[in-house]
Write a protein that binds this ligand. Structure first.
Ligand SMILES: NC(=O)c1ccc[n+]([C@@H]2O[C@H](COP(=O)([O-])OP(=O)(O)OC[C@H]3O[C@@H](n4cnc5c(N)ncnc54)[C@H](O)[C@@H]3O)[C@@H](O)[C@H]2O)c1
Length: 390
């Protein structure tokens, strides 16, 4: 499934494949839901069955546009045996409760980022999954795309030598300009750390391994945000979560990462992510997308080299958005149900949430926060053989 169009034939013993796709029920029919329907249709092992929302009209609209069933309630969706996996794309404050209800109904769950609005909520989610013998996966899945996997293969092959440090600049998505109601982005569970931070920290863990400790400073920038989106449902938002933070992450490998996470920096020339190795620098595209150029500049070279992608980019369609492969993480979960490595896993997402919560904790307490959880780097989709590593 290199580009999402790949054919996953049915292997003996597998539950799901092109001839028996996993039934997907979408809970939360808001802004991103259409991208999910489009994206998931590119994977033969997934079949979008239907959708539900607390606002029934939103479910009816998505269903009518997409040719899927609108359930009259979340409970009705959860009661349908045709739904094998619930894709939870509600706002962060509902991630835990909706995921737990779905797991208790016997469904595997893929939940958008952050996995929950607080780390404390994740315990009950993990318990519900374990009780039911079910898989819980979580966004982001962008690190599984062409750019993230190309960077991972290059790091593993030793293209820049041992990574010493990195920078990550979590820039503003300017949601006030396009999201009909970005209130949740400026409330606890949102902010640049929890809204966009997961893309960056997940990519850093993909490349460098787990985070060991965090030191950070954060603050609220503008206390009131003005929404100018043409189809807005709110005009102003009172900000109750930090919108500007800087942090240093010490990775278990010894690499040191400097980060800025901000909804107050509207424009900048800073790069998204750079990794500094003993032999050179690697520059990555926006980790909130699946594609883009990964470039390397070794100390002895005169210029940057754009690396050949190890996986084809997600490609053009009627929608050239970088978000068009939404659903790759759902396919990853379905493949994991059939025994393949679970890459966009809840364990990875929980570690990332703990790291991002630690930025604010460190700012409030003035202490360096030790990260209690650890996680293995997710298995690469294109493993580099030992003999090819330098
Ligand atoms: N908008 C984006 O571009 C984008 C991109 C990537 C990820 N995400 C993530 O996707 C999730 C949803 O974002 P969005 O922008 O679509 O939000 P949204 O507010 O537009 O949509 C969320 C939907 O969930 C519904 N909902 C709320 N509580 C519910 C509950 N308990 N049960 C069922 N439905 C409920 C709401 O009625 C709403 O229709 C968030 O976690 C966000 O971080 C959004």
């Amino acid at each position: 499934m290199a580009d999402g169009k790949a054919r996953r034939s049915r292997v003996p013993g597998a539950r799901f494949g092109a001839d028996r796709p996993a039934g997907i029920g979408i809970v939360g029919c808001g802004n991103i839901s259409r991208r999910y329907v489009q994206g998931m249709r590119r994977f033969p092992q997934l079949r979008v069955v239907g959708c539900a929302d607390v606002v029934a009209e939103l479910a009816s609209r998505l269903a009518a546009e997409s040719g899927i069933e609108a359930y009259s309630s979340i409970d009705a969706l959860l009661a349908d045996p045709a739904v094998d996996v619930v894709v939870n794309i509600t706002p962060p404050f509902a991630h835990a409760s909706v995921s737990i209800a779905a797991l208790e109904a016997g469904k595997h769950v893929y939940v958008e980022k952050p996995i929950a609005s607080t780390l404390a909520e994740t315990g009950a989610m993990f318990e519900a999954a374990a009780r039911g013998g079910l898989l819980l996966g979580s966004a982001p899945d962008t690190f599984l795309g062409s750019a993230g996997q190309t960077a991972r293969a290059a790091v593993d092959a030793g293209a820049i030598g041992e990574p010493i440090g990195a920078t990550a600049f979590v820039r503003h998505s300017k949601a006030e300009l396009w999201h009909p109601d970005p209130t949740f982005l400026f409330r606890p569970g949102g902010g640049p750390a929890l809204d966009l931070g997961p893309y960056y920290v997940t990519e850093l863990v993909n490349l460098l391994g787990p985070v060991q400790s965090v030191a950070g400073f954060s603050r609220i920038g503008a206390p009131i945000r003005t929404v100018t989106a043409p189809n807005r449902r709110v005009d102003t938002i009172e900000v109750t979560t930090p919108t500007h933070a800087v942090a240093v992450l010490r990775m278990a490998s010894g690499a040191i990462v400097s980060t800025m996470l901000s909804f107050d920096v509207w424009d900048s020339h800073l790069p998204f992510i750079e990794v500094y190795g003993e032999h050179g620098t690697m520059s990555l595209p926006d980790p909130n997308g699946f594609d883009g150029d990964v470039c390397v500049h070794t100390h002895d070279a005169e210029s940057w080299t754009v690396l050949d992608p190890v996986l084809p980019p997600s490609g053009a369609s009627d929608d050239t958005s970088v978000q068009m492969l939404r659903g790759l993480g759902v396919a990853d979960l379905v493949d994991a149900i059939d025994g393949e490595p679970h890459r966009a896993s809840a364990a990875l997402a929980r570690h990332v949430l703990e790291v991002l919560e630690a930025v604010d904790t460190s700012s409030r307490t003035g202490a360096v926060v030790r990260v209690a959880s650890t996680v293995d780097r997710p298995a690469p989709r294109i493993p580099i053989p030992e003999e090819a590593r330098s």
